[in-house]
Ligand binder design. Sequence first.
Ligand code: SF4
Length: 276
Amino acid sequence: MGNRSLAIELLPRTIRSSTLAPASARGNPPAPAVRQQASAPFQAPAAPAKPPTAKPTIFAAAPSTFVFPTEPFAAPVLSRSDKIVRLKTLDEQSVSPCTKCRLHETRTRTVFGEGDPDAAIMFIGEGPGEIEDQVGRPFVDEAGQLLEKMINAMGLKREQVYICSIVKCRPPNNREPSADETATCTPYLLEQIETVRPRAIVTLGRPATQFLLQSKLSMSKLRGQWQSWRGIQVMPTYHPAYVLRQYTRQTREAVRSDLKQGLEALGMARRPRTAE
Ligand code: SF4
């Protein structure tokens, strides 16, 4: 190909659809469980003790009273150091001990998210899979490897973006989060977005896209169309797990086009590079 800037087509064929965790299925037929990824250099520390009781979180609103925000952010952007403190506090005091929905019963550990608190681009997925649940980090399975390739092909390193998901605990058997689980957990995500305040958000797959855009449309209708939410550009694209399962030129080109649009919209378009 002439432009290899998003060279996901070079992904090793060994990490195709048959190895993908259905955690990242994004509304597609479930796939077999993820196998441990040899190249993922993550050591799972000992699982934290289950919280004996629910602790109060900074979000008092019950899902039934929660109003999805659409207005521009009113608060000023925090300094980097204040962002770090706010995110750490949110994770340690609210998310890690959270028992607000049934997903806490089966999780090994919460997966808060990670990345540059000043990131210009935030990637939002659906929820932790098997490996993420063990290590407590987002996107560390095969789909995570592809996501990292996508990020690299945009001229960025994984550490330069922020990666998180709409629920912080793994749904059993990697099913999609239910509506009430999503409603209960997403105030944490909204807090992360408000803290990081990225210039663009790439939603990965249907659940994340439908939540952030508050839409019921399918991914085929939503992807590739820039939207604006609270002054942040939102680009829906396919989840990397879906790309791996549907490993066709058409799917890969769609994601490449989506991310290229994202870079151009941010004034970050880069010259084509040869894939590594
Ligand atoms: Fe709490 Fe979210 Fe985990 Fe549910 S999924 S227990 S709301 S952190």
